[in-house]
Design a protein around this ligand. Structure first.
Ligand SMILES: Cc1cc2nc3c(=O)[nH]c(=O)nc-3n(C[C@H](O)[C@H](O)[C@H](O)COP(=O)(O)O)c2cc1C
Length: 210
């Protein structure tokens, strides 16, 4: 039996597309410092030439990463493994005023070849991207970008770029729940589910579920 999604809850139907594979997106801030944040709504958009499509929220609040990409035209897509799931979630939390998200994450930098933002060394693959076009899509903006350089960890992927599941467990995201002082995130893991509760970082204004 098929169950209808009620018209007033139709926005929730996007969750029928879960699970998703969140990536860590690195960008350059206006002052030249590095920025990192996780995003799940990413897809291949073209094979030849290689392109990706990334959907970033523009309303009610515009993602800082979106502002950085619109200004610089560049970003790096970093593909994480399950073992950095907690840090990935933390990168979605707001920073204290004056605090830098990349520094807070304590991720190591991987120099990029064709764009200014560095990659995240702890991730297993990296797509250096240059913005081609953008399109408003509602409360998210779709960014279409050329992949201008890519590299991967040859232990995590075979020569044909097939993921080696015995060496690399990708972060596959199912669901999150908002609690007062934390978020609970459910990821898929080989044994079933990996459930993690990530406490909010205390910020100056204590409004930190950004
Ligand atoms: C697993 C996960 C996936 C997310 N996917 C998206 C996404 O696809 N698009 C989006 O706009 N925000 C997404 N977010 C929320 C952003 O990471 C969050 O709003 C973050 O604060 C944005 O950072 P920025 O403003 O520093 O760019 C996701 C968060 C998590 C934890």
């Amino acid at each position: 039996m098929k169950k209808d999604v009620s018209p007033e809850k139709l926005y929730d139907s996007v969750f029928l597309l879960q699970p998703s594979r969140p990536i860590l997106c690195t960008t350059k801030n206006e002052d030249g410092s590095d920025h990192v944040a996780p995003f799940s709504w990413i897809n291949p958009a073209s094979y030849k030439p290689p392109r990706v499509a990334l959907a970033l929220q523009n309303s009610p609040k515009k993602q800082h990463s979106l502002e950085n990409i619109e200004r610089t035209g560049e970003f790096v897509v970093n593909i994480p493994s399950l073992d950095i799931a907690e840090k990935l979630v933390e990168c979605s939390y707001k920073t204290k005023s004056g605090e830098n998200k990349f520094e807070r994450s304590e991720f190591k930098r991987l120099s990029s070849r064709k764009v200014q933002p560095p990659g995240v060394q702890e991730c297993k693959a990296h797509l250096e991207c240059k913005l081609l076009s953008k399109m408003p899509a509602g409360d998210h903006t779709i960014l279409i970008a050329d992949i201008v350089h890519a590299c991967f960890d040859d232990e995590a992927y075979g020569f044909d770029m097939l993921i080696r599941l015995d060496k690399f467990t990708p972060a596959i995201h199912l669901k999150n729940y908002y609690l007062e002082d934390s978020q609970v995130h459910v990821f898929l893991s080989p044994g079933g589910a990996h459930v993690t509760e990530v406490q909010y970082k205390k910020t100056n204004n204590d409004s930190n579920n950004g």
